[in-house]
Design a protein. Structure first.
Length: 240
């Protein structure tokens, strides 16, 4: 301190504003819902968060102004989505830090079923998560296509596998090719990054997986069981 003036780091106020944006249960619920990688209407998010549309609109305004969400308008509908992969990574990483003992127990059979489906398989922004994501990540590692010993990295064999499987890896921008994302239900890392996103997109486009319900849950189809068994040697029973 010099002459009574503080030499505070200019990033401190920015970090404080970011933390303040997330430190609200309604806004946190919206960010977690949008981890499915899709755009939601304000009305859908209001019902999901259990608040009035007017209240939700105010929260969305703050998230958009803070750069965490991007919005689009189609006719009279307002859609919002996570601003980019960096925001998704931030939300994922924070969610992964929540203690498994702090997770609220389901109040009824419907919540229990939805929670079980999410744990079995779901999208985490744009990549596969839950037991499905871990199973695929482990299979890639066992077959020498992915390394986890020094951080996540595709091997040369892994790059060829993606090419031969018909899954293009668009290496643009600063996003890493492969990144570890801590799975909040399995407490282990699954594959994210460009490769994780490309694999998830291919799984959905090819009918290997389909979305179920209104949450992020996905399930593997019979076509997916056969493909993942043939391509990665995964036991079909573990995909159910």
């Amino acid at each position: 301190m010099l002459g009574g003036m503080s030499s505070r780091d200019p990033q401190a106020s920015q970090l404080a504003r970011l933390a303040g944006l997330i430190a609200d249960e309604t806004r946190a619920a919206c960010l977690l819902a949008l981890l499915d990688g899709r755009a939601w209407t304000a009305g859908e998010l209001a019902r999901h968060a259990g608040v009035a549309a007017s209240t939700l609109s105010e929260h969305l305004g703050k998230l958009v102004a803070g750069g965490l969400l991007a919005e689009e308008r189609q006719g009279r509908h307002r859609y919002v989505r996570l601003a980019d992969a960096r925001v998704a990574q931030l939300v994922e990483d924070l969610a992964g830090q929540v203690s498994p003992h702090a997770v609220v127990r389901p109040r009824n059979l419907r919540e229990s079923s939805a929670g079980s489906a999410m744990a079995r398989g779901r999208t985490c922004y744009d990549h596969l998560a839950g037991r499905l994501g871990i199973t695929v990540t482990d299979a890639l590692t066992v077959r020498g296509l992915l390394r986890q010993d020094t951080g996540f990295a595709l091997t040369d064999a892994g790059l060829r596998w993606f090419e031969n499987t018909g899954i293009p890896l668009a290496r643009t921008g600063r996003r890493p090719l492969a990144r570890a994302c801590l799975d909040w239900t399995e407490r282990r890392p699954h594959l994210a990054g460009i490769a994780g996103a490309a694999l998830c997109r291919h799984a959905l486009d090819s009918g290997w997986c389909v979305r179920i319900g209104t949450e992020r849950a996905v399930k593997v189809t019979a076509t997916g069981e056969q493909a993942l068994s043939e391509l990665l040697g995964i036991n079909r029973a573990t995909l159910r």
